[in-house]
Design a binder for this molecule. Sequence first.
Ligand SMILES: C[S@@+](CC[C@H](N)C(=O)[O-])C[C@H]1O[C@@H](n2cnc3c(N)ncnc32)[C@H](O)[C@@H]1O
Length: 270
Amino acid sequence: MNQTKSSAYSWTPEKLRFYIDSLQFAKPHKKILAVIQDEFESDWRVADIGCGPAFIDFDLAEYVTAIDAIDVEPLIIDELVKEKKMLLENCIEKQSSPVLNDERKHELSKQVRDAGKIMPILKDAKTIVQGSYDAVIMAFFPISLERLIDFMMIATKKVFFIVHNHDYEIERNMFRANPNQIKAPELEAFLEPYNFKYKKHVITTEFGQPFRCMDDVHLFLNIYARGANEPERSKIRQRCEDRIEHTDSIEFPYFLSRTVSIAVFSVEIG
Ligand SMILES: C[S@@+](CC[C@H](N)C(=O)[O-])C[C@H]1O[C@@H](n2cnc3c(N)ncnc32)[C@H](O)[C@@H]1O
């Protein structure tokens, strides 16, 4: 499968690369998982729907039996299949080293076991049969409220929503933003008339963009400020350049910080 332009979420190889760089550098998924990891049971089968790069799943795998990482976008699933293969090959190669201590050997077998639990699946989440999984994760999943109950019923025990706590209107043209994503207040208003028991955790986390060089900054702005007209673009460019920080990282010497407030909901089903 080789596709450069996507349909459902307008992923392109560049957008995906920027997003993966951001997750790798800022690691927001670590904070997100920390507040919900105890709510999973070890025998659960989980679906991460609209998984994107599925960063949360590589850490979550330790706590559950299996995770189907489901996305409608071939570019995403291709990338995940590659990522999983590389991780497994890398671990297996390292495991054969004669100088490995027991702690490291144990760590590598854990990584192999956990990566083996993740199954990348190319599928439209609308086609998943209700009751197919113990738990479902929807992280920044673009969905309309009308369809929400159908998606929630894919799970028999719990649904986890990871959403922005409020709108980032000011930065809409400077950062990844998707107006179809539900925000925390809408989700709470939606859940209110139902009898679902739910918990809401609010976390503040870095979710900024690292860059490999200044050309990368310009490429990023060209991609994300595409909708803006020329005066807006130059304002965005200026604001971005003013805010760029230098880092100690060799791989990512520049960083555009962005602190976000994220709400993590765990909703009990049935
Ligand atoms: C904003 S991204 C979030 C990615 C990931 N969950 C994260 O938090 O990093 C939304 C993802 O949902 C996927 N998506 C959108 N509609 C979908 C559908 N009907 N079925 C499966 N995946 C879908 C998109 O391709 C995209 O990868």
